[in-house]
Write a protein that binds this ligand. Structure first.
Ligand SMILES: Nc1ncnc2c1ncn2[C@@H]1O[C@H](COP(=O)(O)OP(=O)(O)O)[C@@H](O)[C@H]1O
Ligand SMILES: [Mg+2]
Length: 257
């Protein structure tokens, strides 16, 4: 479970990134966060694993305060949280397998991982993860030889090898074409359903949010302005979240309603 209690984030220049956020996200949920550019979506996700420090309030992960955690405790909480980025964040010049194995770093000392001395179980986990995202044959290919969609699958596999209980995906399909977008979203959804991994996805395209989300959270100027089941996220609600009518570039256009 992820809990936000009165969370506020003010950037050093005075910009309010998050304003009094109170949220509870339950295990196994598939949540989509929508909002205009600048609404605070990335700040919210990054606060969850403390890539960003918050200014006030507290965030609890499975009852433990990540806000107050230090050292080994912080590392242990973070180990349960996988991150997926728009630009994949892979090490381009090494194999797919090594990229996936890097999800295991949190379980071992740095020396061991630098030397590439991975236990057999880790290597099995990595191959399993690649099977789950349907690219088992790419294990020994260099990451930069893959298409964008395949690279994003590698980053999902890395989170699986990490044995993450929570996956945070910040605009995971923003650099992908429409067809690949649907494949990557299908992967995330399938993994959520099969493994019960709590998944939180920031998305720009509203039709995708509707197709994949079960719960939608709408942010506007750092505040939660909508939080409810996808059925309740009507066109009027989206217009409210965006502060205006929905525009064409906010629809992918290939998703059937
Ligand atoms: N490092 C930063 N320093 C100052 N302001 C920032 C920084 N990062 C983000 N912001 C501001 O915080 C607000 C929320 O940003 P962000 O979370 O990136 O929104 P989103 O992901 O929804 O586009 C915006 O006004 C943005 O300009
Ligand atoms: Mg963002």
């Amino acid at each position: 479970m992820i809990q936000f209690n009165k969370v506020k984030k003010v950037y050093p220049n005075g910009t309010v990134g998050l304003d009094n956020i109170n949220l509870t996200i339950h295990p196994g949920e598939f949540v989509i966060i929508v909002g205009l550019s600048g609404a605070g979506k990335s700040t919210l996700l990054r606060a969850m694993n403390r890539l960003h420090e918050i200014s006030e309030g507290e965030i609890l992960i499975d009852g433990k305060s990540i806000t107050k955690a230090k050292g080994a405790d912080l590392r242990r909480i973070r180990r349960d949280i996988g991150m997926i980025f728009q630009n994949f964040n892979l090490v381009k010049r090494v194999t797919v397998l090594r990229n996936v194995l890097s999800g295991r770093v949190g379980y071992h000392g740095t020396m061991r991982t630098l030397l590439g001395l991975w236990p057999k179980r880790d290597i099995e986990l990595a191959h399993d993860a690649l099977r789950r995202v349907n690219i088992p044959d790419k294990a020994y290919v260099r990451a930069d030889q893959l298409s964008g969609g395949q690279q994003q699958r590698v980053s999902i596999a890395r989170a699986l090898a990490q044995e993450a209980k929570i996956i945070l995906a910040d605009e995971p399909v923003a650099s992908l074409d429409p067809l690949t977008t649907v494949q990557v979203m299908d992967d995330l959804k399938r993994i959520n359903q099969e493994l019960g991994i709590t998944t939180i996805v920031n998305l720009h395209f509203l039709d995708l949010a509707r197709k994949y989300g079960t719960r939608i959270i709408g942010l506007r100027a750092g505040k939660v302005v909508f939080d409810g089941p996808v059925e309740d996220a009507t066109d009027d609600v989206f217009a409210e979240i965006y502060g205006r009518k929905i525009q064409k570039d906010e629809l992918l256009g290939t998703v059937e309603a």
